[in-house]
Design a protein around this ligand. Structure first.
Ligand SMILES: [Zn+2]
Length: 351
């Protein structure tokens, strides 16, 4: 994970790389902020930068002042999240395959895949969905803390920093938190502990007092330009597929959309609502598409708004809102988007 992969957190990234370059690295830090704003991704990018063998520095005035190279052996292992000195701990629960005493070590492979797929956007709920345990609440238990102590006690495999990242640190139970506390009180040399949490209120104050806080800005639903463009492209492809209702490409589109994580899907559907509303305003009241809602495709911009009329706008709104509701309640994303596609296709044709 590199800082350049994380949207909207450049100011913090610059502060972090500056600190690492200066060598004033505090051994225990807590990244505080919503996962979907990049708190976990920032912690990983931070650790990757720390160990990078060829840190890149960019000319003054660049958005990022520096980043890891992405190509040295250290970075290559970090980008696959398989570095032997990187330990990831996160909440787990019993699942169909792990039926008793679950711990993070049982789910390393799933968690890596989850991170690679969702990048910045995967939330705690997305993670449980990935495990197929939508209605359970995960936890970080004593067994996890024991594993932490054991791995931090081992020698670094590759001679650099040993890094422990605990995602959703607020999910530590008391026993786990107390065990971790001992590690924070007696830090081992060349060990970096990065706790990632969405809420400082749910963390033991004894732990808070021993970590340096790194506040990760909440990006909310404010979309930056890049995401807006990506959504516009997804929307154009989708609408074109709905006209022809060609199953094979439509099902490929659905698969892709199912892969952007639950938060991403919700944001995309919010975008769809806004886009439809803007198109309807243009059709019904002659109000031109606002610059930020233009799709960036001349033919589409010219022809599509007329498809949204007083006869279908309400049905479309309802269908999209129902899909958002379903996704919030852990419905299967592929089925939800497929059903929504059939409905939308019908509504567009019955304008
Ligand atoms: Zn590197």
């Amino acid at each position: 994970m590199q800082f350049k992969d994380i949207e909207g957190q450049e100011v913090l990234a610059n502060r972090l790389t500056e600190i690492i370059d200066s060598g004033r690295i505090s051994h225990a830090q807590m990244f505080l902020g919503p996962t979907a704003s990049g708190s976990l991704a920032m912690a990983i990018a931070y650790a990757q930068y720390l160990g990078c063998e060829n840190r890149q520095h960019y000319p003054e005035g660049s958005l990022l002042r520096a980043d890891s190279c992405g190509e040295c052996p250290h970075c290559k292992k970090y980008s696959q999240l398989v570095h032997t000195d990187l330990h990831l701990v996160f909440p787990t629960t019993t699942t169909a395959t792990v039926t008793s005493k679950p711990c993070a070590d049982d789910f390393q492979e799933e968690f890596r895949e989850f991170l690679m797929e969702n990048r910045q956007l995967g939330t705690e709920d997305d993670w449980y969905m990935r495990l197929g345990v939508e209605n359970k609440q995960g936890m970080i238990r004593e067994k996890d803390a024991d594993n932490i102590i054991r791995t931090l006690g081992l020698k670094s495999y590759e001679g650099g920093y040993k890094v422990l990242i605990v995602w959703m640190a607020e999910r530590m139970n008391i026993a786990a938190a107390n065990t971790l506390l001992k590690t924070l009180e007696e830090p081992a040399e060349k060990t970096l502990i990065l706790l990632v949490s969405e809420s400082r209120d749910r963390i033991l104050s004894t732990i808070m007092s021993r970590v340096q806080q790194v506040v990760v800005k909440d990006l909310g639903v404010a979309m930056n330009e890049e995401r807006q463009q990506k959504f516009a492209q997804m929307f154009i492809s989708w609408m074109r597929l709905l006209f022809k209702l060609n199953m094979q490409p439509l099902s490929a589109w659905v698969d892709q959309t199912a892969n952007i994580g639950r938060e991403g899907q919700k944001m995309f559907l919010q975008y769809v609502l806004e886009a439809l509303r803007a198109c309807f305003l243009q059709t019904a009241a002659g109000i031109r598409l606002q610059k930020e809602l233009e799709f960036g495709d001349q033919k589409f911009d010219a022809a599509f708004p007329a498809m949204i009329t007083v006869r279908n706008i309400e049905q479309m709104n309802e269908a999209v809102n129902n899909a958002i509701y379903a996704i919030e309640r852990n419905a299967n994303a592929k089925i939800t988007f497929m059903q929504l596609s059939f409905k939308m296709s019908r509504f567009i044709k019955n304008r």
